[in-house]
Design a protein around this ligand. Sequence first.
Ligand code: PEP
Length: 256
Amino acid sequence: MRKPIIAGNWKLNKTPQEAMELVALLKRELSTVTDVEIVVCPVFTCLRDVEDILAESNIGIGAQNVYWEDEGAFTGEVSAPILKSSGAKYVIIGHSERRQYFGETNETVNKRIKAALKHQLIPIVCVGEVLSEREENKTFAVIEKQCKESLAGLTAEEMKLMIIAYEPVWAIGTGKTATPDQAQEVHKFIRDLLKKIFDEDTAQSVRIQYGGSVKPENTADLMGQADIDGALVGGASLKADSFTAIVKNTCGVKTN
Ligand code: PEP
């Protein structure tokens, strides 16, 4: 059975003080949760403060991006060794906002994944189609290209360490959630693709999160789908009550 994983992507929100206040509440509210893996992804400069509070807790810490070189003349970048030493265990790679605003491509996603794995960071790799691609029935073709190119050259053993987040871009921050059936259809497609690229065992063990306007009210229906193994949560992860409710509404839903 795949353990569901709920990760909060805080994007460019929260000062260190606000971040510490939020994780202190989450730590208290979620301390008894054992059947859901919980992750928060603050901005880089909050990692260490958040780590101080979450050390020894059941909440893991992730970063929102990573550069592929370990060190050097790369102004403004952050490397995997630095993230690790700041408390990160996970890293979001290829988020649609990085693709849209910062020139992220499948090729650079691939480099970042390899750098993360080299330093034992768990990549959360985002894929997803924009609205026009869905309307033109190109969703599967887009997802296939993103997965094949982003995951190029990885071994099955490396793939098993990773998490994929299916995030239809038209559902991110818009309040429009994919229906459970729409999401499940793409999640199944991704799992079948992993079987073709790697093997059945790998496909069955990789967790595939859904992301796009997940909130407490739609969590259980989405998580109840056979191939949905958790959520990457943006807006609703910024408040303790909504993120806590999403985690709690995931508990006990998965039986596959
Ligand atoms: C995200 O940024 O990954 C996301 C899914 O955002 P939201 O939940 O706000 O749609």
